[in-house]
Write a protein of this length. Structure first.
Length: 161
């Protein structure tokens, strides 16, 4: 996603390296964030890429009225109309964070995956977490969300120790 517009261009996606680039010039935080893609996201993006024209610039171009830049703008009312789900992009972000917390993942990793940047001296100068460091926590969250979707929210996962 790029800033508040929730858009993604194919030029920002590298399916081979399994990452995408949040261009800092369009981001609210003005922070450039190269983030990993989960196994599930790669599968979705590969299907999407195969179904599109080579000339399509946007990963999710608008099928009807285009925004000023030609991409989809995620609005809660449109999401509800299309899916029947009463959700917002922000509620999905909170759900992602909650799943990460329940998995007892590091808060710093969850923050970086949601593009929340530590502006402290330590965060700016000493915290050097790379894309590859974020792959495992991202995949853990994505797999847990997938499990909750397929098995149900009330199903408890029993881990073997």
């Amino acid at each position: 996603m790029r800033g508040c517009d929730h858009s993604l261009r194919w030029v920002d996606v590298d399916l081979e390296k399994r990452l995408f680039d949040l261009s800092y010039m369009d981001s609210v935080t003005k922070h450039r964030g190269v983030l990993p893609l989960s196994r599930q996201a790669v599968a979705i993006l590969e299907r999407r890429k195969n179904s599109m024209q080579d000339s399509d610039m946007w990963v999710f171009p608008s099928e009807t009225g285009r925004g000023k830049d030609g991409h989809i703008t995620l609005r809660a009312d449109k999401i509800k109309t299309k899916t029947g789900l009463d959700i917002t992009p922000h509620s999905l972000r909170r759900s992602f964070t909650t799943v990460g917390e329940r998995l007892k993942l590091r808060r710093e990793d969850i923050n970086l995956l949601t593009n929340h940047i530590d502006q402290s001296v330590t965060g700016k100068h000493y915290s050097r977490i790379g894309v590859d460091d974020l792959r495992a926590p991202l995949q853990a969250i994505a797999s847990e969300i997938e499990r909750l979707m397929t098995e149900g929210v009330g199903v408890k996962k029993i881990s073997s120790m």
